[in-house]
Design a protein around this ligand. Structure first.
Ligand SMILES: Cc1cc2nc3c(=O)[nH]c(=O)nc-3n(C[C@H](O)[C@H](O)[C@H](O)COP(=O)(O)OP(=O)(O)OC[C@H]3O[C@@H](n4cnc5c(N)ncnc54)[C@H](O)[C@@H]3O)c2cc1C
Length: 380
């Protein structure tokens, strides 16, 4: 087995590294989960796009450079290693885009992907509702057919919509056949948030950022061109999007290897050499991160050969989200009270890491998926 990257991949790495070295802002930007910070991050996205680095693995015609998944892994490693800004376009480029490539018509791909890549249009995920979180198939927001106008009239409410207050578009699940069984009768719709009848109300998170929004629909009209996949078959499209969120694209190993390296540096600087228990825990977290990286290389091998990620993506989600909590908890232990006073990046990262076992489907639900669909255990 050859675990090294090829010479041309290493050339790509050097190009990415050099560009990031030259361009990553030296001062930390305000959080992308604030209005001011979001705008600053979109400016950054435009610079990435101009350098053809926003979506490296996409076809050239949509703003990418036809890079392989291996090169995408390399890009991610370099991106996080350089401490580059968070990707506020992530829900579009990492979650929705793979589903547009899989289910979208050529017209939809042409219409949505280039503007997504450039940051001109930004996407939020409209799945959760006040009475539909873990049980996503319980969504009650409706889309009613308007035959004369050639589209759908939306009503209902979404919640927990990350960056909904700042984004231009939402992708969401709407009930189009209320008489069908729960998972049937749902349709995946693409909704411009400036559509008349759509109201977005931002609200704050525990860490103070206005990261969330509620989105209300009152007779808001979208045309048939904005249906992704088949009418009443939205569940299958949504599960494909969820696979991207849990599996490969949202949380690449580069994010965690960079954090693990920072943790090692923190240990060397502040760790108590006599605390062998903490030293071993730091070592184990670094090993776990490397295991995640190697596991991901295995997933990429499968995908490169035409395979699919499948329900195993749920195991991956459990692993990366719990790993992220562990890495940040160890940093907090090393820093002790200093974490709250001076090391705000670690403290903020720890707060966000705690939400990892909840978003993208809670880890309890992922364990149910693993039990039933990977291990084949009986449903209770
Ligand atoms: C940081 C963050 C960002 C988010 N961003 C978005 C977004 O952009 N768009 C969006 O649509 N949503 C978003 N969410 C919402 C997220 O998807 C939901 O919080 C999640 O699906 C859980 O739903 P819920 O909060 O309604 O909890 P509930 O479904 O009420 O669950 C409560 C608890 O019960 C457990 N539970 C429920 N059912 C079962 C079961 N069958 N078996 C075992 N345990 C169970 C859950 O695991 C959980 O611990 C975000 C959440 C967070 C924390």
């Amino acid at each position: 087995m050859e675990l090294a990257f090829s010479p041309s991949e290493e050339i790509f790495r050097q190009e990415v590294r050099a560009w990031l070295l030259e361009n990553v802002p030296s001062n930390a930007m305000p959080s992308g989960d604030t209005r001011e910070g979001f705008e600053a991050h979109i400016d950054w996205e435009r610079r990435l796009f101009d350098a053809r680095l926003a979506v490296v693995s996409w076809p050239k015609e949509f703003g990418g450079r036809d890079a392989s998944l291996w090169e995408w892994i390399i890009f991610e490693e370099e991106y996080y290693r350089a401490g580059a800004p968070q990707r506020v376009t992530q829900n579009g480029i990492f979650l929705l885009a793979p589903s547009i490539f899989q289910f979208g018509t050529p017209e939809q791909q042409e219409r949505f992907l280039p503007k997504m890549a450039s940051g001109e249009e930004t996407w939020c995920q409209g799945w959760s509702e006040p009475d539909a979180g873990s049980d996503l198939a319980a969504v009650s927001s409706r889309a009613v057919r308007d035959e004369a106008a050639g589209g759908w009239r939306l009503s209902g409410q979404k919640t927990w919509t990350t960056r909904g207050a700042f984004c231009t578009h939402l992708f969401g699940l709407f009930r189009t056949d209320p008489d069908a069984q729960r998972h049937h009768g749902l349709t995946y719709l693409l909704v411009p948030l400036d559509t008349p009848g759509v109201t977005v109300r931002g609200f704050g998170r525990l860490d103070g950022d206005e990261g969330f929004a509620e989105v209300f629909f009152e007779d808001a009209f979208v045309s048939d061109d904005f249906v992704l996949g088949e009418v009443n078959s939205g569940w299958g499209v949504a599960m494909a999007t969820a696979g991207s969120e849990r599996g490969l694209t949202l949380r690449s190993p580069g994010r965690f290897t960079a954090t693990a390296d920072r943790l090692l540096a923190l240990w060397r600087e502040h760790g108590d050499p006599k605390d062998t228990q903490l030293r071993d825990a730091v070592t184990q977290a670094w090993i776990d991160t490397e295991a995640y990286r190697l596991q991901t290389l295995g997933v990429v091998t499968t995908l490169s050969k035409g395979g699919h990620a499948g329900p195993e993506a749920s195991m991956v989600k459990i692993f990366w989200s719990e790993l992220d909590v562990r890495l940040h908890e160890l940093a907090m232990r090393i820093l002790g009270p200093r974490a709250e006073v001076a090391e705000t990046a670690w403290a903020k990262g720890w707060q966000f890491a705690l939400s990892g076992p909840i978003y993208a489907g809670t880890n309890e639900i992922q364990r149910n998926v693993v039990a039933e669909r990977v291990l084949g255990l009986p449903r209770k």
